[in-house]
Design a binder for this molecule. Structure first.
Ligand code: CA
Length: 295
């Protein structure tokens, strides 16, 4: 039987495009981004304190580093390093500098500490204009998958032998065979098809039992899928435009959920006062600590 849960408000952040939550267990804070707000946030749930750093351009994702020194970002112009103390951003690996209409979007580190992030056309319409990239710890960037339209959520199976991946307009979640040692991809296949009336697949995370939590944009729900495609749990979130989710908290039992308000009409904004806020629910499953960039 499918369980049903309601998420509760944590922070009325009013983000334009809240995205990319990642739990930093080194200091008990949640890093998240506001893509079009051009900001990287750190939220401290104990103090209920949120701090933002303006990074000067759209930022699709932020990942932690194994050396604990700042964050690595997927920026509009490519991969960059953020020094959180000074706020300085250094572009270390440009991506698609010849395609000004594209920007980087969602991203995450693999179990070996390589940073994967993809691109999308800023008009969200140009089919196949994007790609999925891999930034290695030596700061070399490689183009790994072509023909992507709106690169979005990704994560790895518990055994590290499969990579889950969402190109949103394909209305489903794919899985690649994954070779952990050299970070190469093998065969790709469709794992879960998601009917249009259930929302557009966006960000995702894998829990400690191998369940797949997928934000279904436009539906106000996060769904937990089992590997056979069965829906095991549905989390309801007030704003329809949910974007991503990640486990956090001291025991990794809090599922944090980001949302957005970009593109809403004035009337819709009034009807969705919490669009762009951060939410949480406790579904009774643990997450996994996020993988960090290995440099
Ligand atoms: Ca997204």
């Amino acid at each position: 039987m499918t369980r049903s849960l309601d998420a509760e408000l944590v922070l009325d952040a009013h983000a334009r495009v809240g995205e990319g939550p990642v739990w930093d267990d080194a200091n008990g804070t949640l890093v998240w981004v506001d893509i079009m707000g051009r900001a990287v946030h750190r939220y401290d749930p104990v103090r209920n304190d949120d701090r933002a750093i303006d990074v000067g351009q759209p930022v699709g994702a932020a990942v932690l580093r194994s050396n604990g020194n700042g964050l690595v970002l997927a920026l509009r112009d490519g991969f960059g390093m953020l020094d959180e103390r000074s706020g300085a951003v250094e572009l270390v690996a440009p991506v698609e500098a010849d395609v000004p209409t594209n920007r980087m979007n969602d991203g995450k580190c693999d179990p070996a500490g390589r940073f994967w992030a993809g691109t999308m056309a800023t008009d969200e319409l140009t089919r196949g204009a994007g790609a999925l990239y891999r930034l290695d710890p030596d700061l070399q960037v490689r183009r790994m998958v072509d023909g992507i339209t709106l690169s979005n959520g990704l994560d790895w199976s518990l055994d590290g032998r499969e990579m889950y991946y969402i190109d949103s307009p394909t209305h489903g979640l794919d899985v690649f065979d994954f070779h952990l040692q050299d970070g190469s991809l093998g065969a790709r296949r469709r794992l879960i098809s998601i009917p249009r009336d259930e929302g557009l697949p966006d960000g995702m995370t894998v829990d400690a039992e191998g369940g797949l939590w997928v934000a279904l944009h436009g539906s106000g729900t996060i769904r937990r899928y089992l590997a056979d495609g069965t829906v095991d749990c549905i989390v309801h979130v007030p704003p329809p435009m949910v974007t991503c989710c990640a486990f956090g908290g001291p025991d990794l039992t809090d599922l944090y959920i980001t949302t957005m308000r970009e593109g809403l009409s004035a009337e819709a904004s009034r009807a969705q006062p919490l669009a762009g806020a951060l939410f949480v629910c406790r579904p009774g499953v643990r997450g996994r600590p996020p993988y960090r960039f290995a440099a």
